[in-house]
Design a protein. Sequence first.
Lengths: 317, 408
Amino acid sequence: MTWEYSEKTKQLFMDAVHGKAGTHLGEIVDPDGLGEHGSIACGDALRFTFRVERHPSDPIQDRIVEGRYLTFGCTSAIAASEALCALIEQGGYTPIQALKITNQDIVDYLEGLPEQKIHCSVMGAEALEAAVFNWAQKRGVDLHALGIDITRQEQEEGRLVCKCFGLTEPYLRRKISELGLRTIPEITNAVKAGGACMSCHYAPGGLQDLLNEIWGQRPVAFGEQPSAASAQVDLPSAQLSPYQFAKGIERIIAEEIRPRLKQDGGDIEIIDIKDTLVYCQLRGACATCAGAGQTMKMVVEQLLKERFDERIRVITV
Amino acid sequence: MNVIYADNNATTQVAPEVLAALLPYLGEQYFNPSSMYEPARGPKQAISAARVAIARLLGGVQPDEILFTSCATEANNAALFGVARAAGPGRRHIITTAVEHPAVLNVAKELSREGFDVTFLPVDEAGRLDPRELIRALRPDTMLVSIMHANNETGVVFAIESLARLVKETDPAIVVHTDATQTVGKLPIDLCGGMRHVDMLSFSGHKLHAPKGVGALFVRRGTPSRPVQIGGHQESGRRGGTENVAFIVALATALDLAVSGHERDEQHIRYLRDRLERELVARIPLLQVNGAGAERLVNTLNLSCHFIEGEGILYQLSAHGICASSGSACTSGSLEPSHVLRAMKVPFTAAHGSVRFSLSRFNTDEEIERILEVFPTIVANLRRLSPYWDNEHDRPRPEAEHMLHERG
């Protein structure tokens, strides 16, 4: 499957795989901070290390000077890792300041990510957070005293919701709130939960229940899929009455489509018209023709779209 | 007296191979499949193997798309209530048919009492469903379409493949469910091919030579449906309750037998049914074959004997050791004629006199011969008692003729 990546993403990836100067592939020996996220079982994993310039007296004022990563993952996982290191080094942050880097910052640096790949940026932010916690332990910094919520441990503890990716309820709750995830596909895109066997989607205590508890009942059903209901709202044909709309379709079929089909010994009948859905049946030679499906789409639907309303869909009855 | 069992749409005898396969799990393999110790591994693996086998036999779906239930009724309840409970306020409309089994029909009625709007699609006089009716019924707030694959009373088969496609092409958010209790094992089910637009499919074991007490529900990945039977983590939390290991093994074995022997069995059963139908129609005046104009399951013969009552027919058949039924076994408790025949507008003179023979691979030509011998006499016996029958000319009395045209 191919994804629509930004030029920036593609370039960062190509630079990284060719080991161009200025890229950050690798691992710092004896790092000041080390954080990992994901696993091979989940399809991507990131090992992130950083080095600081130590402040002689106050560890809180340590400054990150170098970031390195080892990533198992796709194009965007690697590009996101590059982005993370670049953001860290350019910012000249202290580790505490670095915690402010969010997955959105990584997305912005990459000039956008396809929705299905948002989890790559989340992985970067997670690994960074883990590395900062690691640094704090090593340097004896009490993050809790600084008002920083030490929530990372939740990920390891708690009821498993998504078994395929090993994600727990506390972790998912935090991510749903932090990232403002409103639907199951958004959760899957961001943290992969529910992306494999899907059995946790509607199970008791599953993803939909977590969403409902955090955001309240979802406003409309099946919101994640396109529906006739939503397609109905702003049709250009809305200016036409249903009668006029049907008449228009009849006219085009009578004048332009039927004569063509008759040349081949066929015919067409309109069964019903609902909104912009036109239900038709091919007759005569066309009905038994192996290319009937093609005829419907390429001839009937195409002509109706061109001549009348581009949103028309023809459904074979 | 030898029993001639011709009521296979009600239940079937357990095949010997199926019984052999399930017995160990009622014996030494009694462990709870959820337990951690070594002996529990056998039952656990048996369930897993059964799930894989059934997934493969239904067209190569994912094993986790198969949920085991106690019967088809439970599977239908899980499907309809499950989808209704997952739907938000924007989706309140359900479409089903007037001829569903009570396990769908009455669930749909219950949902309508709970505030859902239910459309019951009509059928024509041959029991066929016109796709135009379905198209007309579809609405922007339609949440679920539940249409049976084949009717249990008449054997009329609905073109679920194309009906499901129509629904999904209209609005992919609508869930399509089919009660395939009468077709799994009898018709090819390809959920990754012709039936790829079907989201949920229910069936049971005891219609295909597995024991009563086991069924399954196919739920396509991503279908919004909440569990109805809640309990432990079994079936990924989607159907709680300790698994019926022995019967789950039986279900997979029975389906495997049905699929592998399908071609041979179908030919055999079709021959028997067609012979029974042809010769009874030739021997008995005013005998109507319900669903004759439609595509039907090859094992089912639903007859209406004008001017006599079905119960009296069954009683006499039973005296000859012949097991058949009058309408759906589930509707026999009520005094009304079958809802299916009424939906088909079968005249009252015939609706009450309906008899269903449903065959299996275990029936023989000799058995058909025996039914052919006794059935015409049984009908004649009752017609002799009927106030509407002119026995001298073996036809309805003139004053009763008009009743033949009064639609139910």
